[in-house]
Design a protein around this ligand. Structure first.
Ligand code: DX5
Ligand code: ZN
Length: 353
């Protein structure tokens, strides 16, 4: 699990194409959070790379999320192949002639994260019709088709921050990815513009470069940029950090967790190490991403207080009726580390399968 806020996706386009499995392992060992898969059909872009078959063959090589970037004319026609190949997020281009909405809905229905990418010349407004259907906005800072191109500062400055607005009102999930010419020289700029995921190819796979060092540098510089430009100099909240929103008896905890999840925030409910209730079961903790805490307090503060009061009344009622099994059998707390990390923060904002 990575520290910090920014995530690094390794684009294997400019790696050793004759040894893709080895290169995917190398990216994972270097600390890349995701594997970025550039699929090109020689129509949408003037280059031909690999397809669903290659991705499917690479899937068993790593558990790192597969982030597919489809630069093809007909993503809807071939979508099932990429879903079946095991992609965790699928980003298609808004400029394709095919209808886009059905494709985004199919990606989400399959429990994956749906994204739209824009060429440098395409205005952000082109994404407006799909606002509610997006988990990822991918801002291209080079003309799609090749790795190793020059980063377009003006495009980054014009699009990355406003792209966040497409996720306005959403407490969790919704990522802005930046792709093309991203490296240690440009990481601070894109971090300062609020980019969540930095896609990097040449920066990692250039001969003589230490990819682990590049990953660390880009992540640190992006978070430094975010701290300076977006967070009054304070380090950003780590993306995978979780916190306890409330501790309640199980039934009340699960009900409130359901309400919070319905509002779009993932919750992990775990038996805590607090007091044992008169029914013999310990209170349960609601663990949530720390980045959502302020929003949750505002939106679910009253519901939390009501649940705490309900819990008090429930305990008093049981004790009043002479029911007290709190000493009968020690109910062991659950390890908060394991599921929380898996569920509440690490992977793309994919829909639960
Ligand atoms: C270009 C691709 C990018 C590219 C990034 O069309 O979408 O993902 O591989 O490579 P660099 O980091 O070298 O620009
Ligand atoms: Zn890409």
């Amino acid at each position: 699990m990575s520290e910090g806020r920014a995530r690094i996706a390794a684009s294997i386009l400019n790696s050793d194409l004759a040894n893709l499995a080895r290169e995917v392992r190398r990216a994972e060992r270097a600390g890349a959070d995701r594997i970025h898969l550039d699929v090109m059909d020689a129509h949408f872009v003037p280059n031909l790379t690999f397809g669903a078959g290659t991705i499917k063959a690479l899937r068993p090589v790593t558990r790192r999320p597969f982030d597919a970037h489809l630069m093809i004319d007909e993503p809807g026609r071939y979508l099932d192949d990429y879903l079946e190949a095991g992609c965790d997020s699928i980003t298609v281009h808004v400029e394709v002639a095919e209808p886009i909405e059905p494709t985004l809905r199919r990606i989400r229905r399959a429990g994956r994260a749906a994204g739209l990418a824009l060429r440098p010349a395409t205005p952000l407004a082109a994404l407006e019709p799909y606002r509610g259907l997006l988990d990822i906005v991918l801002v291209m800072t080079v003309e799609p088709g090749f790795g190793g191109q020059q980063f377009m500062v003006d495009v980054a400055a014009a699009k990355i921050l406003p792209a966040r607005d497409l996720f306005a009102g959403r407490p969790w999930g919704g990522e802005v990815h930046v792709d093309g010419g991203v490296n240690r020289e440009t990481a601070e700029l894109v971090g300062g513009l609020g980019a969540d995921v930095l896609v990097a190819g040449t920066a990692l796979f250039t001969r003589g470069r230490d990819p682990a060092r590049e990953v660390r540098l880009m992540r640190a510089l992006a978070d430094e940029g975010y701290a300076q430009q977006r967070n009054e100099g304070r380090p950003p909240i780590p993306r995978d950090a979780t916190c306890r929103f409330v501790r309640l008896p199980r039934a009340i905890a699960e009900r409130l967790a359901g309400e919070i999840e319905a509002a779009g925030v993932p919750v992990v409910v775990l038996r805590g190490d607090g007091s044992i209730n008169p029914d013999g079961v310990r209170d349960h903790d609601l663990l949530v991403p720390r980045t959502t805490e302020a929003w949750l307090v505002e939106r679910f503060g009253p519901a939390r207080d009501a649940a705490l009061a309900e819990a008090e009344a429930w305990r008093a009622d049981l004790l009043g009726r002479g029911v007290d099994r709190s000493r009968d059998h020690p109910d062991q707390p659950e390890d908060p580390a394991r599921p929380a990390a898996e569920e509440a923060g690490g992977s793309p904002p994919a829909r639960r399968r």
